[in-house]
Design a protein around this ligand. Structure first.
Ligand code: NAP
Length: 263
C-alpha cells in the first residue's frame, strides 16, 4: 500500500498562532471582549474591521492604540438592531480590504435584564435581533463571499448561559446564545465543503462593561460560583478566538469551546 501522507516536520513556527495579513471583521469591537480581540489580532499583523454602535470615543481609542503599535484597522459604525445594516456592514468591510478571511460575531447584549415574569416583548425581540438575527444575516453575507473565494472562518461569541439557561433575569439571553450555538453547527455543516470553518467560543463571566450596561448590581455573588474563583478577563477569551482563527484552528469546525474558569 502506498502511503500518500507527507510527513510534517515540526519546527518552532508551529508554535505561532499565525493571522498575519488576514482580513478580520469583529462586530462590537469598541469595548470589552471585542476591543481586546481586535488589539490582539492587530498586534499579530491582521487587518481589522472595528465595528461599533454607540461607543465612539472607545472605538477611536482602540483604533489609536492599534495604529500607534503599527497595526492596521478601520472603524465601521452600524446599529445591529437595524436589519438593513447587515449587508452594508459586510460590503463596506470587503470594499475596504478587498475581501474577508475571518468574521467574529461578538456584538451582543441583553435588553431587559429583569425577572422573566416581568419581561416585555420588545426586550425579547431586541435581544434576539442583536444576538441571533444579526449574526445569522451577517454570517450569511460573509458565507456567500467565502464560498466563492478560498473559504474562511466564522467565530461566534456565545455564552455559558446557553448551558445553564441564564438566571431568572436573563433566560431570554441564554436562549438567544443557545440559538447562536445552533447557528454555529448549522453554518459549519454547510461550510465544510467550501473550507468555511465555524466555531463558537462560549464565554463565562468576563469582566467587561457588559455587566454595568445591563444593570447587574453585584458581581461578587456571581464570581463565587466560578471554580477558578475569579472573573475572566477579555484576553482569556481573545486568546481562544486567536487560536481558532489562526492556522492552529485549520482542522476544527462545528465545535463549541468554553472559556469560563470551570463554570
Ligand atoms: N462579559 C461577559 O460576562 C460575557 C459572558 C458571556 C458572553 N458574553 C458575550 O460577549 C460579547 C461581548 O460582550 P462584552 O462582555 O465584551 O460586552 P460589552 O463591552 O458591552 O461589548 C458589547 C459590544 O456589542 C456592541 N453592541 C451592543 N449593542 C449593539 C447594537 N445594537 N448594534 C451594534 N453593536 C452593538 C457594543 O457596541 P457599542 O458599545 O459601540 O454600542 C459593544 O462593542 C457579547 O456577545 C456578550 O453576549 C459576555
Amino acid at each position: 500500500m502506498v502511503l500518500l501522507r507527507k510527513i510534517h516536520r515540526i519546527g518552532r513556527s508551529d508554535l505561532l498562532l499565525k493571522v498575519e495579513g488576514k482580513r478580520v471583521l469583529i462586530t462590537g469591537a469598541s469595548t470589552g471582549i471585542g476591543a481586546c480581540t481586535a488589539e490582539l489580532f492587530a498586534s499579530c499583523g491582521a487587518n481589522v474591521g472595528l465595528h461599533y454602535n454607540k461607543s465612539e470615543i472607545e472605538v477611536k481609542n482602540v483604533l489609536q492604540r492599534i495604529e500607534d503599535s503599527g497595526g492596521k484597522a478601520i472603524i465601521l459604525k452600524r446599529d445591529l438592531l437595524n436589519t438593513s445594516s447587515y449587508s452594508e456592514l459586510v460590503d463596506s468591510f470587503i470594499e475596504a480590504f478587498g475581501g474577508i478571511d475571518v468574521l467574529i460575531n461578538n456584538a451582543g447584549g441583553v435588553y431587559g435584564f429583569k425577572h422573566f415574569l416581568e419581561l416585555d416583548e420588545d426586550s425579547w425581540d431586541n435581544t434576539f435581533t442583536l444576538n441571533v438575527k444579526a449574526p445569522f444575516f451577517i454570517s450569511k453575507e460573509v458565507f456567500s463571499f467565502m464560498k466563492e473565494h478560498e473559504g474562511g472562518k466564522i467565530i461566534n461569541i456565545t455564552s455559558i448561559s446557553a448551558k445553564y439557561g441564564g438566571s431568572v433575569n436573563s433566560m431570554h439571553y441564554g436562549a438567544s446564545k443557545a440559538a447562536m450555538d445552533a447557528l454555529t453547527i448549522g453554518f459549519a455543516k454547510a461550510g465544510a465543503k467550501y473550507n468555511i470553518l465555524v466555531n463558537s467560543v462560549r464565554a463565562g463571566f468576563i469582566d467587561t462593561p457588559f455587566h454595568k450596561k445591563i444593570g447587574r448590581e453585584s458581581i461578587e455573588e456571581r464570581v463565587k460560583l466560578i471554580p477558578l474563583n475569579r472573573a475572566g478577563k477579555p484576553i482569556d477569551v481573545a486568546r481562544m478566538v486567536l487560536f481558532l482563527a489562526s492556522d492552529a484552528g485549520d482542522y476544527i469546525t462545528g465545535e463549541i469551546f468554553t472559556v469560563a474558569g470551570g463554570d
